[in-house]
Design a protein around this ligand. Structure first.
Ligand SMILES: [Zn+2]
Length: 404
């Protein structure tokens, strides 16, 4: 068994459930911290565990360029390489390649693009994107898709959606033929301490649901269709027809107004199977993750909490705090009196402001730990509200939570 998903509670359209992958049991809806290059910037893996992160994200495009899939594969996949026992999801690389704009060239075969690191030329096809993701060895991987730009005319949106459907079929075919090559046991070829650690990480003995060793990765399909509801519906139907254990709603947050994003997500969700996990990339502010959970999205990720933290922007139960402001210079209080994280338990706003003003690396570390804690905690409260059937309450609970 490689993936199972069960829904335990509902509140309106929101679902509370449990997603079981070979490396972790994940309560949903879940927020997934982003570890672009096999690192959640500034936060060590043991701290992520302490924060309760059950699944993190890696970016195929970045890891493919550096350190390279072969290196990661030889070191036991991402689990072994970065010493992470819990679940990992990788994206297909499609969105990142899309963001390169003028550096890419798209054909039926795939996408030629230039590295943002050194300008070298590379090629991703559905097959090579699968090969890369199998080598990286995440629990959940994504079909290779084309992210349609915004704005785009009807003909362009249709052509792009149809190509994504063809690429989804090619992705699945390659995955089915090669999924046994996942490197969860491969590290034993390398007689080093790193290999032993990698092997242990790849097969955590505590997880009985990892099964008899035949558990492997799960490939999710991605729905495209631009900003057109009918094309989204058709894309959902065609992707479901190919058949995947979970579905992502792609091609959003590409410059469209926020209201339109919500509308497209809401209408797309109607066409996705009720009993399969639904993933939505690049959400968002704390209000947005709550909002999307209320619509019935089960999995979300975003660089916002980590990126904002590095710029001194902190999310708290009383709203956003820009810690660089002089008003905090002598503020002895905690960053967030309602937060139980190790930063709020130990340090004052004055100290955090000083670290930021002094450009200390520790400022980035502590700020990121708090922001991730806030996001993970927000999702924990959302799950709790769903389990109690309190639809109306959790929507308003982001900035106004009671003291524990
Ligand atoms: Zn905190």
């Amino acid at each position: 068994m490689s993936l199972s998903f069960e829904i335990n509670s509902r509140s309106g359209n929101a679902r509370g459930g449990r997603l079981i992958t070979p490396h972790a049991e994940i309560e949903t809806p879940v927020f997934m911290p982003v570890g672009t290059v096999a690192s959640v910037k500034g936060v060590p893996q043991d701290t992520l565990e302490e924060l309760g992160a059950q699944i993190i994200l890696g970016n195929t495009y970045h890891l493919y360029l550096r350190p390279g899939v072969d290196t990661v594969r030889k070191l036991g996949g991402l689990h072994g390489f970065m010493s992470w026992r819990r679940a990992i999801l990788t994206d297909s690389g499609g969105f990142q390649v899309f963001s390169l704009n003028e550096l890419r060239k798209v054909s039926e075969e795939g996408v030629t693009f230039r590295s943002h690191l050194d300008g070298s030329s590379h090629f991703f096809s559905p097959e090579s994107a699968m090969e890369a993701q199998i080598g990286l060895g995440a629990d959940i991987i994504m079909a290779f898709d084309e992210c349609t730009e915004y704005p785009a005319d009807q003909a362009r949106m249709r052509a792009s959606m149809e190509m994504t459907a063809r690429w989804a079929a090619r992705s699945k075919k390659y995955f089915e033929e090669h999924k046994s090559e996942v490197p969860w046991g491969a590290a034993s070829e390398i007689p080093t301490l790193a290999a032993k650690i990698a092997a242990r990480m790849a097969h955590p003995p505590s997880l009985s649901h990892a099964g008899s060793g035949d558990a492997t990765q799960s490939l999710f399909g991605i729905v495209q269709g631009g900003m057109d509801r009918a094309l989204r519906k058709e894309s959902a139907e065609r992707t479901i027809e190919i058949g995947f254990p979970g579905y992502a709603i792609g091609g959003l947050s590409v410059g469209e107004p926020r209201e339109l994003t919500r509308e497209i997500v809401e209408s797309t969700l109607e066409h996705l199977p009720k009993d399969k996990p639904r993933d939505r990339r690049g959400v968002g502010t704390p209000e947005e993750i709550v909002e999307y959970a209320s619509l019935g999205v089960d999995m979300m990720d975003c660089v916002l909490p980590t990126r904002a933290a590095r710029h001194g922007l902190l999310f708290t139960s009383e709203g956003k705090v820009s810690i660089k402001q002089a008003r905090y210079a002598q503020d002895a209080g905690p960053l967030d009196a309602n937060c139980g994280c190790r930063v709020c338990n130990r340090y004052s706003r004055a100290y955090l402001r000083h670290l930021y003003a002094s450009n200390e690396v520790l400022a980035q570390v502590l700020n990121t730990i708090h922001n991730l804690s806030f996001y993970l905690d927000t999702m924990r409260r959302v799950r709790h509200s769903i389990s109690l059937g309190e639809e109306s309450r959790f929507l308003s609970s982001v900035w106004s939570r009671p003291k524990p």
